[in-house]
Design a protein around this ligand. Structure first.
Ligand code: PMP
Length: 416
């Protein structure tokens, strides 16, 4: 289907899944040029936790611009930056007893991951990094080297030598996959070099909403302490309240050495923030810079979203409440179609996966049928076999249920 009638040959768009042109968006609703409304259960893969065009954020941005706030200030301190950092410190780090330095990297998630890997290597003087099967950390060369999906990896541009993949929690059913990791670390002749860092998502977003347990994460942390390895939690997709708590690792009570944040940290605008323990700040001045680090508009958007959603536990409680609604409905749908589809439902907070285990092609078809029902849902997993639910966290219950009804109609159409 041709989307951009006159210049399709000149653009490469990400429009295979959702063949229309969107012109407006508000909250959890996207509207296309034909004035058709769609419920958005994708939310920019976790970028729009506070919804499209959140009034609080839009108004703060308008006010900032009308008052001639600094939009770009390379190598300068700005009021917007100072205020964001103070707010993040007060509302996020302090109540959780977390001590981190903040480094603003290039604007996207992959820039943040690259920075974390580079700093870990600098600090430890080692190049290997351990990452996990089905993990996703970005597609530029350094982050791609730790992304565990061969769909994206090509021998010609990937340096495989400085990353070792280990099985993620649950990769072999009930078998404790960290036994492998310990074995390799103990066995100096295995070919697995002692890594500078281990990088992991607590819930693998692109990899299929694979959820690690608190026990596994705690054991991973103690392995890092035992072997002098830095623990990097990649919270780019499931941080910022997506799993209920602000950080996705809070439920496991661990204290990572570094945390990568992007997507929703900028309130919908491009921003990436690396948090690291103060003693890791071993950069020489100017050693890791870039022109578009720390977008001032994103600081403004982020500050107002932190102030409005993270002063108390309201958003966390709302996410856990809506999780129950989502999970119950998905289970009912799975039950109704259990004679045709073998379905596994998993997730935490408002990050859920609906895997069709007996036929990996079905999830993509459900996504297309859902689009016809005016619902935006994406797929994830190594074979695209999982339908992914990531609605904006601020979605109201009625819209959430309506979206789930549309999903049900889509799967019913397919099953019949
Ligand atoms: N890490 C994780 C966990 C992600 O989900 C993503 C993006 N899906 C990235 C890193 C890369 O972010 P970006 O696409 O902004 O480079």
């Amino acid at each position: 289907m041709r989307i951009f009638e006159n210049f399709e040959s000149e653009v490469r768009g990400y429009i295979r899944s959702f063949p229309t042109i969107f012109k407006k968006a508000k909250g959890a609703i996207l509207t296309d040029e034909q004035d058709v409304d769609y419920i958005d259960f994708f939310a920019g893969a976790g970028t729009l936790n506070y919804g499209h065009n959140n009034d609080l954020i839009s108004n703060a941005l308008i006010e900032y611009l009308q008052n001639d706030g600094v939009v770009h200030g390379l190598d300068m301190a700005t009021t917007a930056k100072k205020e964001f950092m103070e707010t993040f410190q007060e509302l996020i780090l302090k109540p959780r007893n977390l001590e981190y330095k903040m480094q603003f990297t290039g604007p996207t998630g992959t820039n943040c991951v690259e920075t974390a890997l580079k700093l870990a290597r600098l600090v430890k003087g080692r190049s290997n990094v351990i990452a996990f099967t089905n993990g996703y950390h970005g597609l530029s060369q350094g982050s791609l080297a730790v992304t565990g999906n061969n769909e994206y990896r090509d021998e010609s541009y990937i340096s495989r030598s400085n990353a070792t993949f280990m099985p993620f929690d649950g990769y072999f059913g009930d078998f404790n996959t960290l036994e492998y990791l310990r074995k390799f670390l103990n066995d100096g002749s295995s070919g697995v070099d002692l890594p500078a860092a281990i990088i992991v998502e607590t819930i693998q977003g692109e990899g299929g909403i694979n959820v690690s347990s608190a026990k596994w994460l705690k054991e991973l942390e103690s392995i890092c302490r035992e072997y002098d390895i830095l623990l990097i939690i990649d919270d780019i997709q499931v941080g910022n309240g997506r799993s209920g708590n602000f950080f996705s690792f809070e439920f496991a009570d661990i204290n990572p050495d570094m945390v990568t944040l992007s997507k929703s940290i900028g309130g919908g605008l491009p921003m990436a923030l690396l948090l690291f323990k103060p003693d890791l700040d071993q950069w020489k001045p100017g050693e890791h810079t870039g022109t578009f680090r720390g977008n001032n508009l994103a600081f403004v958007a982020s500050k107002v979203s932190l102030e409005n959603y993270w002063q108390n536990e309201d958003l966390t409680n709302a996410v856990f409440y809506k999780e129950k609604v989502l999970k119950k409905k998905l289970e009912e749908i799975a039950q109704k179609h259990s004679d045709v589809f073998d379905i596994d439902i998993r997730g935490r907070g408002l990050a859920y996966g609906f895997e069709i285990k007996n036929d990996p092609t079905v999830a993509g078809e459900i996504s297309s049928y859902a689009f016809e029902e005016q619902l935006i849902v994406e797929t994830c997993g190594s074979q695209g076999q999982v339908v992914k639910f990531l609605p904006p966290l601020i979605i109201d219950e009625e819209t959430l249920i309506e979206g789930l009804n549309r999903f049900e109609r889509a799967i019913t159409k397919l099953a019949s």
